[in-house]
Design a protein around this ligand. Structure first.
Ligand SMILES: C[S@@+](CC[C@H](N)C(=O)[O-])C[C@H]1O[C@@H](n2cnc3c(N)ncnc32)[C@H](O)[C@@H]1O
Length: 195
């Protein structure tokens, strides 16, 4: 997908995820990472972590060329991150997990990012709800049209799979109305996750 396609496809749901994640980010973070940042919309649309060193990681140099001037752009794969100016108090992974495939890869992605966390740091990552009726219909239509179908992940399964990797979902903020279409998860290292 090129940058023009991405701007055409971005949805209200994607914007909501960025807004909710920005609200969940603690104040006072000094170093933050937006992993799979795309064109840096998180830092354009919200005031997430202003004042911190903000690093933007994406595999696409074309997308990275659009991140805000006060961010540090780094080309690389989040599943095998390059050297980054971390460790980070907050790592965002937004509107991306559903493109990565099954739960194993989703958990691998969060796991590889967790190695970049500063003590007490958090990952804010969103998932889509497989029980949401409109999403189910949309994904079915995509399948029937022979197009790429995103993967929704149940909150319960993600919690369990992350726990097996030593990660804990400390908070899950629903996104949407009535039936949430997704959740923004606050993930911490299990030893940091107080009950
Ligand atoms: C749908 S966009 C989301 C961008 C941004 N997080 C947002 O909320 O607007 C997904 C982005 O993930 C990037 N991406 C996908 N897989 C990646 C990987 N393994 N490593 C780094 N970036 C990746 C793509 O290049 C793309 O820019």
């Amino acid at each position: 997908m090129n940058v023009d396609d991405y701007y055409r496809l971005r949805t209200l749901g994607m914007r909501l995820c960025r807004r909710v994640a920005a609200e969940m980010a603690p104040e006072g973070a000094t170093r933050v990472l937006d992993a799979a940042c795309g064109t840096g919309l998180l830092f354009r649309e919200t005031n997430a972590c202003t004042g911190a060193v903000r690093v933007c990681l994406d595999k696409s140099p074309e997308f990275l060329a659009h991140v805000p001037d006060d961010c540090v752009p780094v080309v690389g794969d989040l599943l095998d991150p390059p050297d980054l100016p971390g460790p980070f108090d907050v790592i965002f992974l937004l509107n991306t997990i559903y493109n990565l495939g099954g739960t194993d890869t989703a958990v691998k992605a969060v796991g590889s990012l967790s190695r970049l966390l500063a003590p007490g740091g958090i990952i804010l990552a969103d998932i889509r709800n497989p029980a949401h009726p409109i999403l189910r219909l949309r994904y079915l239509m995509e399948k029937l049209r022979g197009r790429f179908v995103p993967t929704a992940h149940s909150l319960k399964k993600m919690r369990r799979a992350l726990a097996r990797r030593g990660l804990r979902v400390r908070r899950a903020r629903p996104i949407g109305w009535l039936i949430p279409f997704g959740y923004v998860l606050e993930v911490v290292l299990a030893e940091d996750g107080e009950e």
